[in-house]
Design a protein around this ligand. Structure first.
Ligand SMILES: NC(=O)c1ccc[n+]([C@@H]2O[C@H](COP(=O)([O-])OP(=O)(O)OC[C@H]3O[C@@H](n4cnc5c(N)ncnc54)[C@H](O)[C@@H]3O)[C@@H](O)[C@H]2O)c1
Length: 250
């Protein structure tokens, strides 16, 4: 019970990494606030947690929109009266080189993958800090520190969240600890169009010779959310099976 009675808000918890994290945090005693734009997925995991004896609340919200983020945080405080852990994890991944991607797609990717974390911090931190502080975990990506083709907006956003992690950590220490997780290749909803053959090829680029599963990332989120990481802030953990530690020679 590493998170007993902590109130934990997880965005993008209706699928993939967020869903696995919601499940694990609930098992560790947290009161989990599941946030997603996908009502079906979000409600399903909130129901599953309650059926298993845990505490969960689903709030439908689009974290790319300020008025919905503000309402979300108000809702959390009305329901629980406090917030201890934020896992800012939702993402929209729209590919494209700089000339290819439209302005609307660029703005949307930046809104969901970068600005959302600021909006959540803007709305929640004053009350969280007044209530004694807590922990923020931000899902970046190996794209935060390494390049990849055809992902200009996503990559810019994922680089940005790493800088924002440091900024939040510096500005609100020691009351708040803020760290990022940088996942590598993890088989989630984001991979719905990736074929089995492509998955096997990607796995061969990882030192561990397998792609990640959402639970691999959730375990690290638990570490960062709990007091086990009490001396960590303003930094990141790469969780990629060794993907970024090896030079792939064709
Ligand atoms: N899967 C990977 O290989 C991988 C690698 C690196 C980083 N990541 C990051 O992990 C995080 C989780 O992604 P995942 O792989 O679990 O994908 P996923 O598609 O399984 O889950 C993402 C969830 O976010 C929700 N979401 C999207 N836009 C939203 C919005 N505007 N408001 C609220 N919810 C929204 C989706 O409905 C979905 O349930 C993302 O930040 C992603 O960038 C994933």
């Amino acid at each position: 019970m590493l998170l007993k009675n902590k109130v934990a808000l997880i965005t993008g918890a209706g699928s993939g990494i967020g869903r696995a994290t919601a499940r694990l945090f609930a098992r560790e005693g947290a009161r989990v606030v599941v946030v997603d734009i996908n009502a079906e997925g979000g409600q399903a995991i909130a129901d599953e947690i309650r059926t298993a004896g845990g505490d969960s609340l689903f709030i439908h919200a689009d974290v790319g929109k300020m008025e919905q983020v503000r309402a979300l945080i108000d809702n959390v405080y009305q329901h629980h009266g406090r917030l201890d852990i934020i896992h800012s994890n939702a993402a929209a991944s729209i590919g494209g080189t700089a000339p290819e991607i439209s302005e609307a797609d660029w703005d949307w990717t930046i809104a969901v993958c970068l600005k959302a974390t600021w909006m959540i911090a803007h709305c929640a931190l004053p009350r969280m800090l007044a209530g004694g502080g807590g922990v923020m975990i931000i899902t970046g990506s190996v794209h935060s520190i390494r390049g990849y083709a055809n992902a200009s907006a996503y990559q810019a956003a994922k680089g940005g969240v790493l800088a924002l992690t440091r900024s939040l950590a510096i500005d609100h220490a020691p009351t708040l600890r803020v760290n990022a997780i940088l996942p590598g290749a993890v088989e989630t909803g984001l991979w719905k169009d990736v074929t089995l053959e492509q998955r096997q090829k990607i796995a061969q680029h990882c030192i561990l010779r397998r792609n990640g599963q959402p639970e691999d990332i959730a375990n690290v989120a638990l570490f960062l959310a709990s007091d086990l990481s009490a001396y960590m802030t303003g930094t990141y953990l790469v969780v990629d099976g060794g993907l970024t530690s090896v030079i792939a020679v064709p």
